[in-house]
Design a protein around this ligand. Structure first.
Ligand code: ZN
Ligand code: MN
Length: 488
């Protein structure tokens, strides 16, 4: 029997607000010593009252609008009850039946085909404390609690189970993250845990509406991990069925080192959480004018920027796609394009600049695990390098060397070229000496050329290039050689 894979993703994104979700503590929890960004509210003391962070609500509305959601007129907070050592109050303030936004969608592209993925909801909640597990050799193991993270605003984005493959899941995450980054509401950093993903995955016989048991997978800390975990799970579930066993509804954890998922517990249901309206917070009525104001101020999103790059810089769609998938790369590219002096058209060099960013630059960034905005190569320097190549001041081969040095040291291409004597010689008089010398000392090749053997010219060009240590402009060498050989 053929099965179809059904995947739905839930994303938790920490919001880039200054303070926490329900108190005035700083939300920048990671840079502070443990348990220093705390107060009675986020410590879960009895008798304290939470206050809603307006900026967090604004960020959630921005996100919901960017994801084409309907914004609720009336929304409220609810208590999600469960006992766990990282949950200070014994409940999490979340949103149950009246999320900020609902019924949205997002377009992904897989193998050149567009697909609309429905978004169930966007809601607000709070993060929990961080547990640090310690196991000293020979000693008893213990756990430490850092409450700095408790109460940091979290936005949960629940997608419909509309994804059909691990690759669609990955594309969905890439797209979602880039939207959050463009909006400036979250860093989207998966490794640091500010963008976390849980997946629901099941299989169902083709043409059947009913999935077999739904499995939730947790602990995936990168896009790659999500992809691999989905691939593993899709295979495992088919295998269980093929062996005539029963699939169970459960929560499984991805174990990176082993490359497999392992059973953690049987899945809990919503009623296990005993949700009820948060009595300490009033319902929230979202003013229509405020929502419209937020909508009008939304920044340019990846899709729009991509089309603008094609129209404004005449870039191929493929290049525009790569450049705009990360806001950092897109910003970098545009910073390069502010460099051309008035005399140059603003579009001049757009394509070669894009080529460098997509090619050599990306390669070195990946190899050194650096983000483009942290690189030592300034946009101005990259533009100047492209300009040097286009003027014929340096050859393509030299340019690669120069760029490597720029990447390492952050020095300007002009300085590197003059210091290392890499400038290309286009000056006819300078090259002429070498051309004459080469003709003199290669009688056989000259005779071959005269006899109409074309490869002889190539050989002579090579000799001149050698004599100039590769710095002569090959076009000029070619022309000069032909000219001198005719004269002879
Ligand atoms: Zn606090
Ligand atoms: Mn949640």
């Amino acid at each position: 029997m053929n099965f179809e894979t059904i995947i739905g993703l839930e994303v938790h994104a920490q919001l880039l607000t200054k303070s926490k979700m329900f108190c005035r503590c700083s939300a920048d929890y990671a840079s502070a010593p443990p348990n220093t960004r705390v107060c009675p509210v986020c410590l879960g003391m009895p008798g304290v009252l939470p206050v809603i962070n307006q900026k967090a609500v604004e960020y959630a509305i921005m996100t919901a609008l960017a994801l084409n959601c309907t914004i609720s007129d009336y929304t409220k907070f609810d208590r999600k009850n469960y006992p766990y050592p990282d949950l200070m109050k014994g409940y999490q303030i979340s949103q149950y039946d009246a999320p900020i936004g609902h019924h949205g969608w997002l377009i992904i592209e897989v193998n050149g085909e567009k697909k609309k993925v429905d978004i169930t909801r966007v809601h607000l909640e709070e993060d929990v404390a961080k547990l640090v597990h310690c196991a000293p050799p020979g000693g008893e193991s213990y756990s430490l609690v850092d409450v700095n993270r408790a109460g940091v605003p979290l936005m949960e984005i629940v997608g419909e189970p509309g994804l059909r493959s691990p690759e669609e899941a990955r594309q969905y995450l890439i797209k979602l993250r880039s939207i959050l980054q463009y909006l400036g509401v979250s860093t989207g950093n998966m490794e640091e845990g500010s963008f976390r993903c849980d997946a629901n995955i099941s299989i169902r016989p083709e043409n059947s509406p009913d999935s077999l048991a739904k499995v939730e997978v947790k602990n995936m800390n990168s896009f790659k991990a999500v992809y691999l975990a989905m691939e593993y799970e899709a295979k495992r579930q088919r295998k269980v069925v093929a062996e005539g066993k029963r699939l169970v509804q459960e929560t499984r954890g991805w174990v990176e080192e082993k490359g497999e998922t392992v059973s953690q517990r049987s899945k809990e249901y919503a009623h296990d959480y005993r949700y009820f309206p948060e009595p300490d917070l009033p319902p929230l009525v979202l003013n229509r004018e405020w929502v419209e104001e937020i909508g009008a101020k939304l920044p340019e999103l990846p899709e729009a920027r991509r089309h603008r790059f094609v129209a404004e810089y005449k870039l191929p769609l493929y290049d525009a796609n790569l450049l705009t998938s990360s806001i950092l790369t897109a910003d970098y590219f545009e910073a390069c394009m502010t460099r051309p002096p008035q005399s140059l058209s603003p579009k001049k060099h757009a394509k070669p600049v894009a080529n460098w960013i997509i090619g050599e630059f990306s390669r070195l960034l990946n190899a050194t695990n650096t983000e483009i905005n942290e690189s030592k190569v300034s946009p101005v320097a990259l533009f100047d390098l492209v300009q040097l190549i286009s003027e014929g001041s340096i050859s393509g081969t030299s340019a690669k060397l120069v760029f490597e040095e720029m990447f390492k040291t952050g020095r300007s291409p002009g300085d590197i070229v003059s210091e290392r004597g890499l400038s290309q010689i286009s000056d006819t008089e300078e090259i002429e000496k070498d051309v004459i010398a080469v003709i003199k000392s290669n009688n056989q090749a000259v005779a071959d050329y005269k006899a109409g053997k074309a490869p002889a010219l190539k050989f002579l060009v090579g000799q001149v290039m050698r004599a100039t240590k590769g710095r002569a402009n090959p076009k000029v060498v070619n022309e000069l050689l032909k000219q001198k050989l005719e004269e002879k």
